[in-house]
Design a protein around this ligand. Structure first.
Ligand SMILES: [Fe+2]
Ligand SMILES: [Fe+2]
Length: 287
């Protein structure tokens, strides 16, 4: 981890990426940003986006927003702000329903997705399609079943979700799960059938980003966009007090050492990835 961070800090000033320009009918690049935590994460994301757009010229930008409203959930106002900033779609997770005001929005806004394997009776939907330059990217949100509350199996419901997407050139699956085993298994299960499987939820980036045997890009966890100085987003003294005393402690979002964490996937063939690159970047104005 220390080496990866050092590499990110050593990165030279922004330079346009020659590989990012589409060269074939299915050529695309997908920027996926891990769980954005609170206002500090939102500001880090919005300030980093111009840098990332110049460096990578992504065709699509997808963000996991399950922690963006004060650390838990998302509101319609914040979701609108992200979409207005040019983010193509927002994925969610176990904190989807923390804010009651998002329920109707989840039903009416096609470009925000909650796990497809929640119950059908729960607000929202689990898939969407976004389009740029004639290229269609299907997006699927899934929840793991181990230690998380999801009404149906991710492994059976993914088939329904993929069928729902119809004809698209690329598919991104956000597998929001606690257990690494479920995420690794989903990567292999979908290898060759989707463009990329990204893991989210733990807020800690893993070092296993790679393209699998049949061409699907994969990472077990992208990490979070938020304060590295806390405990997965929470002020560290509060998290430690809770663990020490075993008593209820009010949690607030840490503001210390905000970073953006994401991945950039490059593709030249339909449903295949050429590469996946980890992005670990301090907030531009805090650098
Ligand atoms: Fe999260
Ligand atoms: Fe989560």
């Amino acid at each position: 981890m220390a080496e990866a961070q050092a590499a990110a800090e050593d990165r030279p000033a922004v330079s346009p990426d020659p590989q990012a320009r589409p060269a074939s009918p299915a050529a695309a690049s997908i920027l996926f940003v891990g769980d954005v935590v609170g206002g500090i994460g939102r500001r880090t994301l919005l300030e980093s986006l111009p840098v990332l757009r110049e460096r990578y010229t992504p065709t699509f930008v997808i963000v996991n927003g399950e922690n963006i409203a004060g650390g838990l959930g998302i509101t319609p106002k914040i979701a609108d702000e992200l979409l207005a900033a040019g983010i193509d779609a927002i994925t969610l997770g176990n904190h989807t329903y923390h804010r009651r005001e998002i329920y109707a929005y989840l039903d009416s806004q096609p470009r925000i997705v909650r796990p497809a394997n929640f119950l059908r009776s729960q607000p929202g939907h689990g898939t969407c399609v976004v389009e740029h330059d004639g290229l269609r990217l299907g997006i699927v949100s899934l929840s793991g079943n181990l230690y998380l509350r999801a009404g149906r199996s991710a492994f059976t419901e993914i088939e329904v979700a993929l069928a729902d997407l119809g004809a698209v050139e690329h598919i991104l699956v956000d597998m929001h799960a606690e257990a690494t085993s479920e995420k690794v298994a989903m990567g292999w299960h979908l290898d060759g059938r989707v463009t990329v499987v990204v893991g989210t939820h733990t807020h800690v980036p893993t070092a296993d980003a790679r393209v699998l045997e049949k061409g699907t890009a994969y990472i077990t966890d992208v990490g979070m966009t938020g304060p590295r100085g806390g405990v997965i987003g929470v002020k560290r003294d509060q998290a430690i007090k809770s663990l020490l005393t075993q008593m209820p402690v009010r949690f607030e979002t840490s503001e210390e050492d905000p970073w953006l964490m994401g991945v950039l996937i490059r593709c030249s063939q339909p449903m295949r990835a050429d590469s996946i690159e980890q992005i670990l970047m301090p907030r531009p104005t805090a650098a």
